[in-house]
Design a protein. Structure first.
Length: 204
């Protein structure tokens, strides 16, 4: 082991650790100056990314279109088993693709593709279709309960915040339908565009 002068100004101490460390610290800068690289072109460490993570929509979190088809299928089955909901859900003039249309509607409202509004109808059509059924407050409660249980039947994520958002949407949707005593009470301009619901509620 070599001996080097002490940096304290007197005596000698063994080991070149201090000198070697200083040499290594200066090597990069010296070498860059020697080869003539302009300081402005020297590569600096990039700052950490400050990008915000985009949260999934309720549609995406649920599992996409297959999840909503499963949800609509399970919900329809539960409504048929309900003693009060059975009649409206077994009506003979019900659309033959009712379940698929329901899945597309819910999917679009909760952040999915605009399949319903582009090929099946408007939100006002839905309001007109379900309004004018008299006092169906109890049916509305049963409908919401069936929807919540159908999420279990369909195997949707059991995340509490997600489930709360689903139930809040359905309660809001039922309340809106019940606010129109008859089809004539639905304004011509009433939400022709599809409403959209997110984690925090109704989106602007």
């Amino acid at each position: 082991m070599s001996s080097v002068p002490s940096t304290s100004g007197s005596g000698w101490r063994r080991g070149g650790g201090e000198v070697a460390e200083r040499g290594r610290a200066a090597t990069g800068a010296v070498h860059r100056r020697e080869i003539g690289v302009p300081r402005s072109l020297l590569v600096h460490e990039a700052p950490a990314c400050q990008c915000e993570t985009v949260r999934q929509t309720l549609f995406e979190f649920a599992g996409g279109e297959p999840a909503f088809l499963a949800l609509a299928t399970a919900h329809h089955a539960r409504c048929l088993q309900d003693s009060e909901l059975n009649h409206p859900f077994s009506h003979p003039d019900q659309h033959p693709q009712h379940v698929q249309r329901l899945a597309a509607y819910w999917a679009e409202v909760l952040g999915g593709p605009p399949r319903y509004s582009e090929t099946m109808g408007t939100n006002r059509d839905v309001l007109v279709m379900h309004s004018g059924n008299g006092d169906v407050t109890d049916l509305g409660r049963r409908f919401v309960d069936c929807f919540a249980h159908a999420a279990d039947d369909a195997g949707l994520p059991d995340d509490p915040e997600f489930r709360a958002a689903l139930r809040a949407y359905m309660q809001w949707a039922v309340d809106e339908v019940l606010s129109y005593p008859t089809a004539a009470d639905v304004p011509a301009s009433s939400r022709s565009a599809m409403p959209h619901w997110g984690w925090e509620g109704l989106l602007p």
